[in-house]
Structures are given as C-alpha cells and as structure tokens.
Write a protein that binds this ligand. Structure first.
Ligand code: MG
Length: 338
C-alpha cells in the first residue's frame, strides 16, 4: 500500500461565524492509498481552533509507512500502528482511516454501510447550518436553505433570541442549536432552553464551556431538551470518562474520532450508556462527509452539510435529497473524483 497526500484550501461560500471565531477558508489535506490499481480517498480537515494544521498533518503523514502492511484488510493492525506513531493528530489519523476504508470497500466492490449491515433508508434528515449574523443575512441564508427539513442555528454571542426569531420569520422546520460553549451562567442557560423548546428546537449542542462540568451535570438534569457534547470530547475513552452523566448525547465527527473505525465503536458504547447519537462533520469535502454518512443509519440526528459550505469540492458523493442523507451504491465511502 502506498500513501500520498497534498494540501488543499477549502474556500467557504459565506464567512462562517460561531461563538468562538469567524473565517473564510479551512486548511485541508487530501490523501490517497493505492493498492493493486485501486485508490482509496481520504481527507484531514483542520478548523484552526482544533490545533492541527497543514504543517502538523504533513509532518505526521510523512512518518506513516504503510508499505510494511501487505494486507489492507488488517485494519486493526494498521490503525493501531498509525495511532501509536504520535499522540493527538486526530484529523491526520482520520485521513488514513478514511482512505483505508474507501480502499477496502473498493476491493470488495461494496459500500461500507453494506459491509456493516446497515439499512441505507434509515438515514436521518441532515441539518444545514446557519451561522451567527445580522437579521438580514440570517433571513437570506435561511431562505437559501429551504431544501433542508431541519436547520442548525449557531448561538452563543449576544443575539440568541434575535437569531431564532429571525429564522422563525422564514421557516417552521425543526431546529438544532449549537452554542459552541457560549453560555456561562447555568440558570440563564436553563431559562433559554425552556424558551428554545417552545420555538421548536430539538436539542442544544455544547451549551456551556467544556470545563464547567458540575454546571453541565445540573443543566442536563434539569433541561427539557437533550444536551449534546461536541467540544467536550474527542475519542472513545472520553465517552465514559467525560460525557457519561454530564451530557445526554454525543456529536461524533471523524476529524475528532480519528476516523470511521473508532467512530463506529463510539456509537456502540454511547448506545450501551443510553445516549443520543449525532453524526456531524467539520467543513469538509464530499470525501469526509460521505465517509461519515456511511454511519448515518445508526444516528438519531445528522449534521452532514460540511461539503455544502464550500465552493471548491473536488468530489461528488452523498447527496441530500428531500433533506435526507441519501447514500449511493458506489463502493467504499461512495465518492467520485470530479
Ligand atoms: Mg458543534
């Protein structure tokens, strides 16, 4: 097996603003694993606030020697080796995991969801994300998102009610809200959640800073809506050690979980603890988004719109049809190079 990679800058359609930051592009690295004439595609997307960069991913990938593995089906051996090279680097590791899974699907000529025994019609609707903005822009973006049957509204600055009321002028579809750690007062947070419930919100994602654990335990206990962890965890052991008893559920993203192999296990563990499961993404190409979509039949909710936020997607893959994550019959992660 031969690994190759190249940097790629994802250009955003709109400036993207959440409680923590604002940006126009996202650094990315595209990977390929070649084996006996077949190519598996992968990707590392690195939103700057997570600490990885094109430099760190390149450095990591330069250390990876896949030529020592003659059999691509030894996923456990291969990914255990990749994980052992250096701590951290979840997106870099995901870029290998995704390409390896794509390759295996291509070798047996089946989509991953079939290899996992999943029913492709059981995928949830996906949300489309509305970033924090002035009412005029929020109205425009909400109108542009009319094909989606659920929206994810970013909150946590100082205009939460204005954001929701503006979206509600345009549409009555169900909403997710993502606070990105923006609320620091648990009593105000609870009051706002009761208000949001009346406005047709289904859950609140990462309402408080990940460090305010006692406040979060209290909030989850009293909240009339499920609380979903995002920034508060990354990998499998975190579910037991950081999330269980603190949040109602988890937002799994391949760029945090080191890819599909661990994400699949995370869903099993979360379910065994009675948690809600959401499959999300970063700003990514159709490569990362289509890979994550293979797990969508196992999720309660999906937020798989990352490829729709960029204007230079080099692949086509999973499509959103009538608001629903729609898996295709292509092998592996289900993408074609454009
Ligand atoms: Mg989030």
């Amino acid at each position: 097996m031969k690994l190759s990679f190249k940097p790629f800058e994802l250009e955003m359609k709109h400036t993207f603003t959440v409680a923590e930051f604002s940006r126009n592009s996202t650094p990315d690295v595209l990977t390929q694993i070649e084996y006996e004439g077949l190519i598996g595609y992968g990707e590392a997307s690195m939103p700057p606030y997570l600490g990885e960069s094109i430099v760190s991913v390149t450095k990591f990938l330069q250390k990876v020697n896949l030529e020592q593995f003659p059999d691509p089906f030894r996923i456990d051996d291969i990914l255990t080796y990749v994980d052992s090279i250096e701590a951290g680097n979840p997106a870099a590791k995901a870029s290998i995991d995704i390409a390896l899974h794509d390759l295996i699907g291509k070798i047996v000529n089946q989509p991953l969801y079939k290899l996992w025994g999943l029913n492709p019609t059981k995928t949830p609707k996906t949300s489309f994300t509305i970033g924090i903005d002035n009412p005029e822009m929020v109205r425009l973006k909400t109108k542009e998102a009319s094909a989606f049957k659920v929206l994810k509204v970013k909150l946590g600055l100082n205009n939460d009610k204005e954001m929701i009321n503006t979206v509600r002028e345009i549409t009555d579809v169900p909403l997710y809200v993502d606070i990105n750690q923006g609320w620091t007062d648990k009593n105000k947070a609870l009051e706002m959640i009761f208000w949001l419930k009346e406005k047709g919100v289904l859950f609140v994602e990462q309402p408080m800073p990940k460090t305010q654990i006692d406040d979060m335990v209290w909030l989850t206990e009293h909240s009339p809506l499920p609380t979903m962890a995002d920034e508060a965890f990354q990998r499998l052991p975190d579910i037991v050690h950081k999330i269980n008893g603190v949040y109602s559920g988890i937002n799994i993203k391949l760029m945090k979980s080191t890819g599909l192999y661990e994400a699949h296990k995370m869903i099993t563990v979360a379910r065994s603890l009675g948690m809600k499961v959401m499959v999300g993404c970063m700003t990514e190409t159709s490569c990362g988004v289509s890979a994550a979509s293979q797990l969508a039949p196992l999720a309660d909710w999906c937020d798989l719109d990352g490829n729709l936020l960029i204007k230079n997607d080099p692949y086509s893959g999973m499509l959103v049809i009538d608001g629903k994550v729609t898996l295709n019959e292509l092998p592996g992660i289900g993408i074609k190079k454009l």
